[in-house]
Each structure stands twice: as C-alpha cells, then as structure tokens.
Design a protein around this ligand. Structure first.
Ligand SMILES: Cc1cc2nc3c(=O)[nH]c(=O)nc-3n(C[C@H](O)[C@H](O)[C@H](O)COP(=O)(O)OP(=O)(O)OC[C@H]3O[C@@H](n4cnc5c(N)ncnc54)[C@H](O)[C@@H]3O)c2cc1C
Length: 411
C-alpha cells in the first residue's frame, strides 16, 4: 500500500518539521505557505540566533488550557531528540547558560537552511504565495483552496499555520479561521510573550534604562507571577525577558477587565529593612548634599528624579536635611516595590507568541490528529499551547510537528 499524500498548511517551524518527518517516512508531501518563502519567522528568532530548544524542560514551562497536553507531546520528542535531529542535518548546537540551545554558528538562517536542504533532498514540494483560505474534507481526503483560486488535494492535511503573533512574519490568524470552519473550538487567542504598556509621566525620560531586578504582576492584591532578570524601561512602558514572561498573565487579566499592576523591585535579594536602612543612611549622612547626589550609585541616574518626585521630593536638588522622615520612608518603599498600573500590552505586532488557539481537548496528543475531523492533524502555535522564553516555543513546534508528521504519513 502506498503512503498517503500530505498537504501541510504553513511553512514555519512546525510545518517544516512535519514535512521532513512525513517525507522521511515515505509520504509525498506538499507545503503551502502564504508568504513568498518558508521559515521567515525562524530568521528573527533569538535575536537572529534562534534559541531552538532548552535542555531543561519542565511542565511549568508550558501554558494553555491543559499544560499536561504539551508535556505529553514534548516527552515523545524531547529537547535531546531535537538536538540529535538538527545535528544529523549538520547543524552543530551549543548549550548556553540556563540550558538555552543555539546553533553553534550563531545564525538562525543556518537552522532554516538545513531544514530547507532536507525538504529539497526528500522531494517535498513547496509552494510560496499560497495563502489557504478554505480546507474542505471529502470522502477522498482534503482540498485546500488558495486565495487566488488554486486548489491542492491530499489524503491528509496538517494545519501548521501558526497563531496571530508577529503577523509581518507570516502568521496572520487565518489558520484559526480554517480550524473554526472545520468545527474546532478556539480558546480566545491573546498576545503572549509581549511587552507591557505602563502609566507613568516620566517614561520618555527613562526610555532605554535597564536594571537587573524583579517584576511581579499583581491583581486584587495577589502576586500572580514574578520574574527576575534584566528589565528595560521604554517610552511606552517596559520590556525585557522577565516582562515578556509576564505578558501572558497581565494580558489575560486585562482581557478579563481586571485592574493590573506591575511591582518592580530594584534590590530583590535585599530585605526591605536593609533597603530602608541604606536609603536613610545616604540621606542623613550629609544634610547639605542634594537628595539626587545622595542617591547616585543606587539606581540608574535617570531614575533618581522620577523616584524622588514619586516619593514627594519635588526638587532633585533639595538638600537632604530638608527631606522629611515620611519622604525617606516613601523613597525606601519605592526602591523595594515601585508599583505601576499596566494599561495594556504591545499587542500582536510585537508579541512573540500566541496564548490560546485550537482547544487541546479536541486533539489526540499521541498522534496530533483532530478528534473532530479524521485525517486532519495540527501542529505548532495554532494549538492552545505556549511556552516560556528560552526555546520552549520552538521545542513545541518541533515536537508537535514531528508527531503530526509521523502519524499523518502512517499507512
Ligand atoms: C521575534 C520572535 C522571536 C522569537 N524567538 C524565539 C526563540 O528564540 N525561541 C523560541 O523557542 N521561540 C521563539 N519565538 C516563537 C517561535 O518562533 C514560534 O512559537 C514558532 O515559530 C511557531 O512555529 P509555527 O510553525 O507553529 O508557526 P509560525 O512560525 O508562525 O509558522 C506558521 C507559517 O504558516 C504560514 N501561514 C499562516 N497562515 C497560512 C495560510 N492560511 N495558508 C498558508 N500558510 C499560512 C505563515 O506564513 C508561517 O510561515 C519567537 C517569535 C518571534 C516573533
């Protein structure tokens, strides 16, 4: 019996992994990609270096309606297998701090190249400028119709069209419309791994200021998630890896019309009383010195004015001797926890991933096959699974693509 022919909708990480796996199993594979070429998003990953996986993988690194679903799938094709796969294609991998894996050559383009070469070698047909608008299942497989009227048919179809994040790199949400039309339920997609908009009058002044500290998303007086590392103030609010990690939960809460706050800590490893003692000592040691001068050396100079003003010390040049006990107390409190209202996220254009997507309850994790439409498989970001920063989203794309490819190609 010959292998079933396979249509893969979407030539991103998940689609290319699906294509290579299915073609290696002997199936004829056609990839349909809406952009003029495959893998455009891969080129932008990891700041052009592509953080392709992470050797440390735990359940808590994945999110969605059912995180256990992702863990189950990733266990079937774990990070070690991803590295083995890429090394077999000639891509040397290097493991960096935190278990983050990058191509040793430091170029995301090399990851795309080896995938393209392998698809070429296996005879995978790739059609660019082929945005699929409709997928129709029939008695003899599937028909995928392109916007311009072209039609492709295959025995089985893998939907790997990504989510809605970074639409300039290909994934414009059209995959969700196809999944819905096929009868799948969507968990409302929202931007994940995304920068936050804050409300503060001095943001333009501190644009570009970085600090090593921690940030926590707080709702109704409860800390929902806290992350630490390098944080960056921007003209709209705040960015940096810890903030991207918080984007999902902040966005979800804003979506639920909650009042969301971001609490920043400049000295997360210091006890509150030690921070207070340090501030009091600086301000009380030399009463003639200005408050601004007294604070130099604690945080970035550009932050000192806004901190003093927020503590009620209107003039940075105010002599320390005139700073009241209450103002010292407020300044100390701000350095231990500076609270900002979160007014929004930077949205789809700047988000790195989609939270939400096709409900995992409707997909068989052993095969990545739809429980609604037999012969339809799904892989990658289109599914309600998203990962932390650090290589987990690509690992999800590789694992789910691998399983989908294997089972779609099975006779
Ligand atoms: C700037 C940036 C940096 C990132 N860095 C990292 C990183 O270093 N490590 C990490 O793990 N993750 C990273 N990610 C996330 C990661 O890139 C994605 O989670 C992953 O690429 C998702 O793979 P996918 O194949 O499911 O979707 P995508 O990569 O989005 O691919 C989907 C493909 O389908 C095509 N398509 C969409 N609709 C249709 C249609 N109707 N018909 C035909 N084709 C269609 C799109 O053009 C696209 O090529 C980053 C994301 C961004 C935006």
């Amino acid at each position: 019996m010959s292998h079933p022919s396979i249509l893969v909708v979407g030539g991103g990480a998940a689609g290319m992994m699906t294509a290579v796996t299915a073609a290696r199993a002997g199936a004829p594979v056609t990839v349909l990609e809406r952009l003029d070429r495959v893998g455009k998003k891969l080129l932008s990953t990891g700041n052009g270096r592509c953080n392709l996986t992470n050797v440390h993988f735990e359940g808590k690194n994945f999110h969605g309606g059912c995180p256990g679903f992702a863990v189950d799938v990733v266990h079937r094709f774990p990070p070690a297998k991803t590295m083995e796969f890429f090394e077999s294609l000639g891509l040397l991998c290097s493991v960096e701090e935190g278990g983050l894996v990058y191509p040793a050559c430091g170029q995301a383009s090399a990851v795309l190249d080896v995938l393209r070469f392998e698809m070429d070698r296996l005879g995978v047909k790739v059609h660019g400028d082929a945005e699929i608008q409709r997928v129709s299942p029939g008695r003899n497989g599937f028909e995928a119709r392109v916007k311009d009227g072209r039609a492709f048919s295959g025995d089985r179809l893998v939907l790997a069209a990504g989510g809605k994040a970074a639409p300039n790199l290909g994934s414009n949400g059209s995959g969700f419309e196809i999944a819905k039309a096929l009868g799948h339920r969507l968990v409302e997609p929202i931007p994940g791994l995304v920068q936050l908009n804050l409300s503060a009058p001095f943001l333009k002044h501190v644009d570009g200021v970085k600090f090593n500290g921690s940030a926590a998303v707080t709702v109704d007086g409860r800390v929902l998630r806290e992350e630490s590392g390098e944080i960056l103030f921007t003209s709209y609010g705040i960015s940096g890896i810890p903030i991207l990690q918080l984007g999902r939960v902040a966005g979800e809460m804003l979506h639920n019309k909650k009042e969301v706050f971001l609490d920043l800590r400049f000295f997360p490893s210091m006890k509150t009383e030690d921070v207070s003692a340090m501030v009091a000592d600086r301000l009380r040691r030399r009463p003639d010195r200005s408050a601004e001068e007294a604070m130099i050396g604690t945080v970035n100079k550009k932050l000192i004015g806004p901190l003093l003003r927020t503590a009620g010390i209107e003039r940075a040049g105010e002599p320390c001797g005139r700073v009241t006990e209450e103002q010292v107390r407020r300044l100390s409190a701000l350095l231990s926890r500076w609270r900002f209202p979160v007014t929004g996220t930077q949205g789809w254009l700047r988000a790195q991933v989609t939270s939400g997507g096709v409900d995992t309850a409707e997909i068989d994790p052993q095969r990545m096959e739809s429980k609604i439409v037999p012969g339809l498989f799904l892989a990658g970001e289109i599914i309600d699974v998203d990962g932390d920063c650090g290589g987990y989203n690509l690992q999800w794309a590789w694992s789910s693509g691998r399983i989908a490819g294997l089972h779609a190609a099975a006779q």
